[in-house]
Design a protein around this ligand. Structure first.
Ligand code: SF4
Length: 482
């Protein structure tokens, strides 16, 4: 059994976070706080576009949202409507041109687009526009939407954006904006979350409801899969994105397992409570005699609590996390991820010495960080180390906005549970079953589980990889062919 990528950490990587407001006297502080609350969804960079009804202003930058808003131009923004975005690159490189919201001037004014998810037909659409002479500025899948919005074939529909959205396939939760209107849309499969809230008379939109609590918003409801919402001076109107009905929804179950913040309500369920239940089911499926249950902080905290409650084995903190080092998965450069993973956790020998330890984490992607932690635990005096994972083995790539795109990267694609247990040098290893994973959900058939099962609900054959639309790669290919 061969394992690659020895320095990578053990978590999949996402994604992006969205926050938008219509109808507040000063939307800038709200968008700042809304994005700040969703920083865990992307730390590469962020941006904000606002309008006072006439003038549209935009500021984008790399780094944390605090870095972006430290810019003088950001402090000078003001407006009554606006949208914002935090980015982790799941399509395109980390270069600043790929930051969102994307902004473009069209025949009917300025449009801004903020996107969470990955489109599986973006490259096909892009090639077709390029063949007819269009020029693309970014390496992201999201830019095709700018061209669709500008396309005369799709400008005539009612509502204006419906025809353009109907061309998209794959995962998209979107915020769009003109100088006097905010729109929100969610793909017909409902891959990524997107919710509507209210602050007084203002409407707000966010990827996660944790962004509502910090901005004083009440959570009204989630956008329905396939819904397009338009808010302007006439109020809020809801439309259905045209297209054939979708047989099976595909909410990303990984939002519940790992990505979303525990205090968010995602797809109608509180994330923390779902994770506690997953931990309880994990304890039922993979019981073991042990002295303490240790969460892998912070992602394993809630599941470890559930495991402890169900098993009766006391919870204790064998790992201490340094909160001044970011969540390592979100760092896109491998060396930075590796260094960060080493810096972020310390072991407390006083807690683990002489004890049989159950380590609970939410997922294993490559397994290399877990292997280091198991070795460290033994070095600190743990008598036995049993690893428990609150989801099934991830053996298939995701094409819908999560950054573990190749099968070669995935530990579970290259060996069975026993081989993985040997690799991470644990005394035992137990993964939650697919049944256990879906048990907390009433509508369990509406969840995507493709990374466990290979059952892709939207044909991913058109998805060509994270960097396939990067201009420099294209130029390289052209010069190689010349
Ligand atoms: S393949 Fe996995 S990570 Fe991707 S959308 Fe489906 S459940 Fe989520």
């Amino acid at each position: 059994m061969r394992f690659m990528d020895p320095d990578a950490n053990d978590h999949p990587k996402e994604a992006c976070g969205l926050y938008g407001v219509y109808g507040s006297p000063d939307v800038v502080p709200l968008i700042y706080r809304g994005l700040f609350a969703q920083q865990h969804r992307g730390q590469e960079g962020g941006g904000i576009v606002v309008s006072d009804g006439e003038r549209v202003q935009s500021v984008k930058g790399t780094g944390l949202i605090t870095d972006v808003f430290a810019k003088r131009e950001a402090r000078e923004l003001s407006g009554t409507l606006g949208i914002g975005h935090v980015r982790y690159s799941t399509s395109g490189s980390t270069r600043p041109q790929n930051l969102q919201p994307l902004v473009a001037r069209m025949i009917d004014g300025i449009w801004a687009v903020a996107h969470n998810g990955n489109l599986v037909n973006a490259e096909k659409l892009r090639r077709s526009y390029e063949e007819s002479g269009a020029i693309f500025q970014t390496g992201t899948d999201s830019e095709v939407l700018i061209h669709l919005l500008a396309d005369p074939r799709f400008r005539q529909g009612s509502p204006r954006v419906a025809g353009a959205l109907a061309e998209l396939s794959g995962a998209y939760s979107l915020l769009l904006m003109t100088k006097d209107c905010v729109m929100a849309a969610r793909d017909p499969w409902g891959f990524r979350p997107l919710s509507i809230g209210r602050i007084g008379d203002a409407y707000v939109f966010a990827s996660e409801t944790c962004a509502f609590s910090v901005t004083g918003a009440t959570h009204e409801r989630d956008l329905e899969p396939g819904e397009l919402v338009i808010v302007d001076k006439n109020g809020l109107r809801s439309h259905t994105i045209p297209g054939p009905p979708v047989a099976r929804k595909a909410h990303c179950v990984f939002e519940q397992v790992y990505f979303a913040r525990p205090d968010s309500t995602v797809f109608g369920r509180n994330v923390h409570l779902v994770r506690v239940e997953l931990g309880e089911r994990l304890a039922e499926e993979h019981a073991v005699e042990a002295d303490i249950v240790c969460p892998m902080p912070d992602s394993g905290n809630s599941a470890a609590l559930g495991y402890s409650q169900k098993s009766g084995i006391p919870l204790n903190f064998g790992f201490i996390r340094n909160h001044y080092v970011g969540r390592t998965f979100i760092m896109p450069v491998q060396d930075e991820r590796s260094a960060s993973a080493d810096m972020k956790l310390s072991i407390m020998p006083e807690v683990v010495r002489g004890r049989r330890v159950v380590v609970v984490d939410d997922s294993l992607v490559r397994g290399t960080t877990m292997k280091r932690r198991v070795i460290d635990l033994r070095g600190a005096g743990a008598k036995e180390v049993h690893v428990r994972i609150s989801c099934p083995p991830i053996a298939h790539p995701c094409f819908y906005g999560i950054d573990f795109p190749t099968r070669e990267e995935l530990l579970a694609a290259r060996g069975d549970v026993s081989a993985i247990c040997d690799f991470i040098e644990a005394d035992s290893l137990g993964y939650l079953s697919e049944d256990g994973l879906l048990a907390p959900f009433e509508n369990r058939g509406d969840y995507c589980t493709a990374c466990f099962t290979g059952d892709y609900r939207v044909d991913p054959s058109g998805a060509t990889g994270k960097l396939s639309m990067e201009t420099d790669r294209l130029l390289f290919n052209l010069s190689a062919e010349a």
